[in-house]
Ligand binder design. Structure first.
Ligand SMILES: N[C@@H](CCC(=O)N[C@@H](CS)C(=O)NCC(=O)O)C(=O)O
Length: 212
C-alpha cells in the first residue's frame, strides 16, 4: 500500500492522477499547506524540503519527495506510462522541462499575478511572459502530436500527467487557451480521462476540472 501526502495543488494532483491512472490502492493524507502542515516534524521525515506531495511505499520501504522522482519511481515499479527505448529519453527530457520550467514559472505567476497583484510589476511581467513563452513551446511541441512524448504522434505518459495540472490553472495565469490551440486540444483530451477527473479531486473536492 502506498501512502500519499498531498494537497489540492498542481504538484499534488500530478501524483494522485498517476495513482488513479495506475489503478493501484493508495491512502491519502491531507497536508493543508495553508495551515503550515508541511512543516510538521512527522511530515519532514519523508519530505525534508517541506513541500507536498510525498509518498511512502510500504511494499518496498521507499519514501520519496519531489514529483519527478515519485513519477519515475511509480512508472518503473508498475512498468507503465514511460515509453520504451529512445522515446524514454524524450519523456524524461520533457518531464525535466516541466520540473525546471513550467512548475517554477507558472508557480510564480500564481504568486505575483493571482495572489499579489500590484506588489511588483516587474515580477508580474517577467513571469507572465515566461509562462506565455512556455505555452508557446508546448503548442509547437504538440503541433503533430497528441501527447508530449512517445513514438510517432505520442503516447500518454508521466510527462503529460506532470504538465497537465499546471495548465489546468490557465485561468489563474490569465491564459486564453484559444491562443494555443494545440495545447487546448491536448488539455481537453486529458481532462476527459476518468482517472484525471478522479485524481483532480484528491485529497478533496474544491472545484470541477476547469474547461476552456
Ligand atoms: N519541486 C517540487 C515542488 C513541490 C511544491 O512546490 N509543492 C508546493 C505545492 S504545489 C508546496 O508544498 N508548497 C508549500 C509551501 O510553499 O510552503 C515537486 O515537484 O514536488
Amino acid at each position: 500500500m502506498i501512502d500519499l501526502y498531498t494537497w489540492t495543488t498542481p504538484n499534488g494532483r500530478k501524483v494522485s492522477i498517476m495513482l488513479e491512472e495506475l489503478g493501484v490502492p493508495y491512502s491519502t493524507h491531507s497536508i493543508d499547506i495553508s495551515k503550515g502542515e508541511q512543516f510538521a516534524p512527522e511530515f519532514l521525515k519523508i519530505a525534508p524540503n517541506n513541500r507536498i506531495p510525498a509518498i511512502m511505499d510500504h511494499e518496498t520501504g521507499i519514501s520519496l519527495m519531489e514529483t519527478g522522482a515519485i513519477m519515475l519511481y511509480l512508472a518503473e515499479k508498475y512498468g507503465r506510462f514511460l515509453p520504451e527505448g529512445d522515446d524514454k529519453w524524450s519523456a524524461i527530457e520533457w518531464l525535466m522541462w516541466q520540473m525546471g520550467g513550467v512548475g517554477p514559472m507558472f508557480g510564480q505567476v500564481h504568486h505575483f499575478v493571482k495572489y499579489n497583484r500590484g506588489q511588483s510589476s516587474y515580477a508580474e511581467e517577467r513571469y507572465s511572459n515566461e509562462a506565455k513563452r512556455l505555452y508557446g513551446v508546448l503548442n509547437t511541441r504538440l503541433k503533430d502530436r497528441i501527447f508530449i512524448a512517445g513514438a510517432e504522434r505520442g503516447e500518454y505518459s508521466i510527462t503529460d500527467m506532470a504538465t497537465w495540472p499546471w495548465v489546468s490553472r490557465f485561468e489563474w495565469q490569465e491564459i486564453d487557451l484559444n491562443d494555443y490551440p494545440n495545447v487546448k486540444d491536448w488539455y481537453v483530451r486529458i481532462a476527459e480521462r476518468p482517472a484525471v477527473q478522479r485524481g483532480y479531486q484528491v485529497p478533496k473536492y474544491i472545484t470541477k476540472v476547469p474547461m476552456p
